[in-house]
Design a protein around this ligand. Structure first.
Ligand code: HEC
Ligand code: HEC
Ligand code: HEC
Ligand code: HEC
Ligand code: HEC
Ligand code: HEC
Ligand code: HEC
Length: 479
């Protein structure tokens, strides 16, 4: 809700042409100061200070190079002390900037602080390689493993080449340029005659549909304004961001990371984390449970071939299996008290997540993909013991292999059962999917661009007879 609010605020304020009302005065100490005072965490505070010293040095360097510019007089800025972000606008323009760092400065580098909470035993997929080499070898190519990673130049799909590295907006003086300097990537914002830049730190998305990017400002994570859409390859606004604004203040809450990383130490609301505790990618352990005890045991008992301290979802009830996948494939739920990473295979979803009430087709679902809920509507699901692994092998990348998926339908069905058998004959067997599980754009997920809205298509898991999909299939598939 928070993040939509932030975006809505900019939009609203811009439309109203008056945005100063946003900014309540509160000159009390900020959260970080309070923490340091109350908990006496002098050590942490000094690490933070050291970090800000580093940032100042970077800034001095930048100033020398002509970047990190001071705000010109004709732009107005205010701080919102509740949210701790700066709002920058131009009185006669609809465009606005929101950043969590002072205008003219840069984001603080991530601190080297120690985790506040013990890691419950998550190690990441590479820890399994030594004894499960084959599974590991195929797993690293899956969307799960690739869904989050460091933003090294070779890991970012979008182009940094001149001519392809710019995102324009409907306001000619507001645009974004993607720049590479050495191994570091930046989004550079041009806002009238002023500008600033933000480094890419983390990529979210295996890039089937899109990649979005996060950056650290101290121990806080924020989403960047520009996202990369895979088809057609283009830089566009992140979902929910408005054309003409430059937003770098959307906090990445624990629910987002719960679905897109294996584990991170959560320090406090809304978005404070311990950077070095983060395990990127969704590892084996989110389906099998934390691996530390399992590995310690088998290392010290190399002769024991019977597994200990690890879960296999297929040995659980169907509902419990659905809940394992449902951690991330059920939309409209949030970790209780922002406490993510608490679910373990065998647990009930309701013990760790609260439902979020949203009207149907609201724009607030998590990209709205709700495979668990949609599948459950299907006759296949209701009249069999089917779970997700009837069709999906979690250890391999099988994306796009519709023939292979169709074979899995035929584990339970005969081709002859399909009413289209006479018309299509042997051509039927290759692709049950596009007629019975069509790909559809959903109103719930849209991206705003200079040229209008984009609705990325998603596969519907409500398996059914769909006349429209059948007509489309027959049109695009030659005799
Ligand atoms: C030091 C060796 C070792 C490491 C490292 C290791 N395992 Fe295992 N694992 C075993 C052994 C031994 C078995 C039992 C034999 C078998 O099923 O292969 C096993 C079995 C399993 C099983 C099947 C359990 C069953 O009851 O069928 C799963 C699931 C599993 N491991 C997951 C993992 C995961 C996830 C990791 C990484 C976090 C991991 N293992 C790391 C040794 C290891
Ligand atoms: C910790 C969160 C999490 C869990 C648990 C999880 N998934 Fe996913 N899954 C994701 C995310 C996030 C993506 C999208 C990754 C991307 O493309 O960046 C995804 C993608 C997928 C895809 C698409 C693969 C592709 O190539 O596009 C399938 C299929 C899938 N998951 C099935 C499952 C099944 C089956 C389970 C349970 C056995 C499961 N997932 C458990 C988070 C999760
Ligand atoms: C409830 C779990 C959940 C939450 C919360 C969530 N996601 Fe996702 N995300 C998914 C799943 C599942 C997919 C795969 C969608 C699909 O293919 O059906 C996905 C897909 C994506 C993709 C596209 C990946 C690709 O390969 O095309 C991006 C980018 C993304 N999410 C970013 C985010 C960001 C940023 C946040 C937080 C602000 C977030 N997600 C919150 C589960 C989640
Ligand atoms: C998205 C969830 C998910 C992820 C991620 C995942 N697994 Fe599994 N794993 C399963 C499920 C579900 C089964 C049961 C499969 C079945 O019955 O078809 C399974 C079965 C297994 C088994 C025992 C049965 C077999 O096929 O040999 C082992 C061992 C295993 N996984 C290891 C791993 C390792 C190692 C990784 C990471 C490299 C991993 N898994 C990642 C869900 C997952
Ligand atoms: C685990 C077994 C199983 C699998 C796998 C399976 N189904 Fe089904 N399916 C059923 C059962 C049981 C029914 C209900 C009885 C019937 O109509 O045969 C059903 C019903 C259907 C129906 C009728 C739906 C309705 O509303 O009347 C369609 C269409 C269908 N399946 C298509 C598929 C397709 C396409 C796949 C693969 C993507 C698939 N099924 C995979 C078991 C399965
Ligand atoms: C009856 C077969 C079947 C079952 C059961 C099934 N899926 Fe799928 N799923 C598919 C097919 C087919 C695709 C499309 C694969 C592709 O295009 O690569 C797909 C795609 C996906 C995707 C990618 C979505 C996208 O828009 O591209 C995700 C995520 C996913 N499945 C998750 C799940 C989860 C979670 C479950 C269990 C709740 C599940 N699936 C159960 C057949 C199935
Ligand atoms: C060109 C689109 C198309 C393809 C491809 C297709 N189907 Fe169908 N299927 C349909 C339509 C349309 C119906 C309803 C026909 C009718 O009622 O006369 C149907 C009916 C069915 C039914 C029976 C539904 C009921 O009412 O009981 C099943 C089961 C089924 N299909 C399974 C499959 C399987 C399995 C495949 C792949 C081997 C497949 N279909 C491929 C369009 C398709």
């Amino acid at each position: 809700m928070q993040r939509n609010l932030l975006v809505a605020l900019v939009g609203l304020a811009a439309v109203a042409g008056c945005w100063l009302w946003l900014l309540p005065a509160d000159n009390g100490p900020n959260d970080a100061d309070m923490d340091a005072l109350v908990q006496g965490k002098a050590k942490r505070k000094s690490a933070e200070l050291a970090a800000s010293e580093r940032a100042k040095t970077d800034l001095a360097l930048l100033a020398e190079q002509g970047r990190g510019q001071q705000l010109p007089d004709y732009l107005l800025s205010e701080i919102d002390r509740v949210e701790n972000f700066w709002f920058i606008g131009k009185p006669d323009s609809h465009s606005g900037v929101q950043i969590p760092f002072e205008p003219g400065s840069l984001p603080l580098p991530p601190p080297d602080s120690e985790p506040l909470n013990p890691n419950p035993g998550f190690l990441g997929a590479d820890a399994c390689q030594e004894c499960h080499a084959e599974k590991h070898q195929s797993f690293i190519h899956t969307a799960h493993h690739r869904t989050s990673r460091l933003a090294l130049p070779e890991e970012v799909s979008g182009s940094f080449e001149e001519g392809h590295n710019r995102m324009n907006t409907s306001v000619p003086e507001v645009f974004f340029t993607m720049e590479q300097r050495g191994d570091q990537l930046f989004q550079t914002v041009n806002f009238f005659d002023w500008g600033f830049e933000v480094p890419f730190h983390i990529v979210i998305g295996s890039s089937k549909m899109a990649e979005t990017y996060l950056y650290w400002h101290g121990d806080q994570l924020f989403q960047m304004n520009c996202t990369h859409l895979s088809d057609p390859g283009a830089w566009i606004n992140s979902p929910g961001f408005l054309d003409g604004d430059a937003i770098y203040s959307r906090p990445i809450r624990s629910g987002c990371l719960d679905c897109h990383v294996t584990y991170v130490d959560y320090r406090k609301a809304n978005n404070h984390y311990t950077p070095k505790s983060m395990i990127l990618g969704i590892s084996c352990e989110r389906c099998h449970g934390p691996g530390k005890d399992h590995i310690d045991y088998h290392r010290s008992h190399p002769g024991d071939k019977k597994s200990k301290h690890i879960q296999v979802p297929s040995k659980l009830s169907r509902q419990a299996q659905m809940d394992v996948c449902g951690q991330c494939h059920t939309a409209n739920k949030a970790p209780k008290n922002e406490q993510a990473f608490q679910f373990r295979p065998g647990d009930k979803l309701g013990d760790h997540y609260d439902p979020i009430e949203v009207p149907e087709n609201a724009s607030r679902g998590v990209h709205t993909t709700n495979q668990v809920g949609r599948l459950a509507l299907s006759a296949c699901f209701k009249q069999s013991e089917m779970g997700c692994v009837e069709c999906h092998n979690p250890h391999r990348n099988e994306r796009g292999q519709l023939g292979l998926f169709s074979k899995r339908c035929l584990e339970c069905h005969q081709q002859e059962q399909c009413g289209m058998q006479d018309e299509l004959g042997s051509r039927l067997a290759d692709n049950c999917i596009d007629c019975h599980m069509p790909v559809r754009a959903t109103k719930n997920l849209h991206l705003e661009t200079q040229d209008g809205n984009i609705f990325p298509p998603l596969r519907d898991h409500y398996i059914r007879v769909d006349q429209q999909a059948t007509d489309e299939f027959l049109k695009k598939t030659p005799e």
